[in-house]
Ligand binder design. Structure first.
Ligand SMILES: *[C@@H]1O[C@H](CO)[C@@H](O)[C@H](O)[C@H]1NC(C)=O
Ligand SMILES: *[C@@H]1O[C@H](CO)[C@@H](O)[C@H](O)[C@H]1NC(C)=O
Ligand SMILES: *[C@@H]1O[C@H](CO)[C@@H](O)[C@H](O)[C@H]1NC(C)=O
Ligand SMILES: *[C@@H]1O[C@H](CO)[C@@H](O)[C@H](O)[C@H]1NC(C)=O
Length: 392
């Protein structure tokens, strides 16, 4: 009797020890990736620009109503709540990716163990010299993709203890390179450059993104997600800037065809370049994130997805319907205002989408057909089902 109960106790103890060992051995079980490193522009900035700004006047996206839906205060995200990057992190069981600027405390220490985000509002793919040489005004200097990559390379040695440790970190991390391109096109478009000239930039911009992808893989990254461009011809801002009396310029949704064609050209070329890189690096997962097509259902039939105010009207801005966008009054500044219930809108502030739209786009990436090849989330099912409630 005594012996069988002590056997039982021993069994229990062994089971307990086994469980503890298992827990220790599987620190990455909370997701496929141990960290996320991301680069990009205002689609992805989680606070860098606000922390880096030296301006005495607050940036418009550092003011309410930015952040009103999720964080309850403006975090520097160009959104009423979470971004695609935030939803990816949550659904991989990782914390929100901290901004590189402002990620350090007063004594310079940081906690970038689970990743860091270098994305900056206004960031171009191409270096400042490209715009200078062409006489295109660019007030967002020193934030290009190449700058962001160099900050990462400078930081990397401090994130790991040895070169084998660094290799492990790179292998187990998800890299998200972009979206990039939107601002390069934007600068040239607002400088009045022709569609033809802008199409001639596409191969230059795509080549830069492709070479940054290769560079990350050569550094040791195993999984790089590269998003394409959104259908920016549907953005309230562009629809206001390039409003036309020629109905032929618009598709049945009300988007500007010639602008969406720039995004499509970019995306087609980017996919071609990425497949070339895949051939050279078959061991790496180079994932194209098709945010253009992931977003398209919400433009085509917004009401089906709860976007009862449509996809074209900005929730926050100034200016008359249908766009609610005024080129001289950004969301956040007087006399702009936000309509109630941002989740009924696809467009948040003219340029960017609402949390509700980003959430559905992310669902399309992680669960739907819009990551090519499909992102491996086979270990995601082990994370708390609470994480998935984001997608209800
Ligand atoms: C900064 O963080 C480090 C490491 O967590 C900590 O030791 C230090 O006290 C912190 N400094 C300040 C000023 O918060
Ligand atoms: C950008 O970087 C260059 C080189 O480091 C520096 O000389 C210049 O002052 C910077 N410009 C701005 C606006 O920060
Ligand atoms: C944009 O806002 C400014 C400042 O309030 C105003 O003067 C201007 O008339 C507005 N423009 C349009 C097109 O509504
Ligand atoms: C996905 O990841 C899991 C766990 O790391 C691995 O066992 C599986 O082979 C991977 N699947 C693919 C298609 O890469």
């Amino acid at each position: 009797m005594a012996s069988s109960s002590s056997k039982l106790l021993l069994k229990h103890t062994l089971l307990h020890i086994l469980l503890i060992i298992l827990t220790i051995l599987t620190p990455y079980a909370s997701g496929c990736y141990s960290a996320i490193f991301s680069f990009g522009d205002s689609i992805t900035d989680t606070g860098n620009s606000v922390h880096r700004s030296k301006s005495s006047e607050p940036l418009h996206f550092a003011l309410p109503p930015y952040g009103e839906t999720y964080f309850n205060y403006p975090t520097g995200r160009c959104c009423d709540g979470r971004l695609i990057l935030d939803f990816i992190a949550q659904n991989l069981g990782l914390p929100f990716v901290p901004p590189y600027f402002g990620g350090r405390n007063a004594s310079g220490a940081y906690n970038f163990e689970k990743g860091v985000n270098f994305a900056l509002v206004g960031a171009n793919t191409l270096d400042d010299s490209f715009f200078e040489e062409r006489g295109i005004s660019n007030s967002y200097t020193n934030s290009s993709m190449r700058c962001q990559l160099s900050w990462f390379k400078d930081l990397l040695p401090s994130l790991c203890l040895s070169s084998s440790d660094c290799n492990k970190l790179l292998q187990r991390s998800l890299f998200i390179l972009g979206e990039f391109g939107g601002n390069d096109y934007n600068r040239a478009l607002l400088a009045g450059r022709s569609a033809e000239e802008i199409h001639s930039y596409v191969p230059i911009i795509v080549d830069a993104i492709a070479s940054a992808t290769s560079e990350l893989i050569e550094l040791g990254a195993m999984t790089v997600m590269v998003p394409g461009n959104l259908p920016f011809g549907c953005a309230a801002a562009y629809l206001t800037y390039f409003e036309s009396s020629d109905k032929e310029e618009y598709d049945p949704i009300g988007c500007l065809i010639w602008l969406n064609n720039i995004a499509k050209h970019h995306n087609a070329l980017l996919q071609k370049k990425l497949s070339q890189i895949r051939e050279r690096h078959p061991h790496a997962a180079i994932i194209y994130a098709d945010i253009f097509n992931a977003a398209m259902p919400y433009y085509l039939s917004p009401w089906k997805f709860g976007f009862t105010k449509g996809a074209i009207t900005a929730c926050c801005g100034a200016g008359a319907p249908p766009y609610h966008f005024n080129t001289s009054v950004a969301c956040g500044y007087f006399p702009s205002f936000a309509f109630d219930h941002p989740f009924k809108y696809v467009n948040w502030d003219g340029w960017h989408l609402t949390e509700a739209a980003y959430r559905l786009i992310t669902k399309g990436l992680l669960e739907g057909p819009y990551t090519i090849p499909h992102i491996n989330t086979s270990c995601v099912s082990t994370i708390a089902s609470a994480e998935y409630s984001n997608f209800e």
